[in-house]
Design a protein around this ligand. Structure first.
Ligand SMILES: [Zn+2]
Length: 281
């Protein structure tokens, strides 16, 4: 019996020093950043929430750039200590709202902590599609993301899109003008003076014979970025359909957007006038 025990110890020691053996299974790859993806829906429920969450998880895993926590509740949006191994906001470097809708389950303390996470801590926020159809009763949220949803006048259609900043990492791969089949939101309480427009609808190619068109300036941004205090914010209305999350262009846009809000790349946040020839008509 004694012999068996000592040979067992020797065998264990041999394993520990044998460089040809694979590392212990619990050894983790070095992960640079942590991303919290929230998919809570209190209003319309997009089928694509799951696709968006899975895509973002896989982007981080496949590249090794970030580790993702996926949640459909809002418990982790707090700076309070949480029990049972739950991570709070101090653990994360960016939050993604994946087509969230309605008034999310956030008390005043959680709202304050989330804004402080971006504004004071300089961490990132990415809003996917219906993130704009979220938190109407929370003024700072609208200020942070850049506005709120006000109808999608053309529902799903082949949207004629102009790339307004081909230098920006998240839209660099798009041509100057292109078409994507998606649901484009009309923003309200939004002005291009408060954001850096990246993609917008070509106003010369839209049908205005539509009672749901409310913007008199016909300025329909499809993607923008901005600062909120020290933090970087990116939003795009692209991503309504499940299919869009299999589209390499859309995946690339959100991949680069997350990298940008994490501070891994650089791009302008300064507002700019509409491209020549795209004024109100
Ligand atoms: Zn939608």
């Amino acid at each position: 019996m004694l012999i068996a025990i000592s040979s067992g110890i020797a065998a264990a020691q041999n394993v520990a020093v044998d460089a040809s053996m694979p590392p212990p299974p619990r050894e983790k790859k070095i992960v640079l950043k942590h991303v919290l993806v929230i998919g809570q829906t209190k209003g319309f429920e997009h089928d694509s929430v799951t696709d968006a969450m899975a895509a973002i998880y896989n982007m981080g895993r496949e590249t090794g750039l970030w580790e993702t926590v996926l949640r459909t509740d809002t418990e982790l949006i707090t700076k309070k200590e949480l029990s049972k191994n739950a991570k709070n906001l101090d653990y994360f470097d960016a939050i993604v709202f994946a087509s969230t809708t309605g008034e999310l389950d956030l008390d005043d303390g959680q709202k304050k902590d989330m804004m402080s996470f971006i504004k004071e801590d300089g961490k990132g926020f990415v809003g996917v599609h219906a993130a704009l159809d979220t938190n109407y009763k929370w003024p700072e949220y609208g200020e942070m993301i850049g506005g709120w949803f006000d109808e999608h006048p053309w529902s799903r259609f082949n949207a004629p899109i102009i790339n307004e900043d081909p230098e920006f990492p998240a839209v660099r791969h798009f041509p100057h003008a292109f078409t994507k089949y998606d649901e484009i939101y009309q923003p309200k309480a939004w002005s291009r003076e408060k954001v850096h427009v990246l993609l917008s609808l070509d106003p010369t190619k839209l049908n205005y014979d539509n009672p749901r068109v409310h913007r008199q300036d016909h300025d329909f941004a499809v993607a923008w970025d901005k600062m909120y205090g020290k933090g970087r914010v990116f939003y795009s209305t692209l991503g309504h359909t499940q299919e869009s999350w299999s589209d390499p262009d859309i995946r690339k846009m959100y991949f680069e957007a997350i990298k940008w809000v994490l501070g891994m790349t650089e791009g302008s946040t300064a507002s700019h006038a509409r491209p020549q020839g795209q004024e109100q008509r």
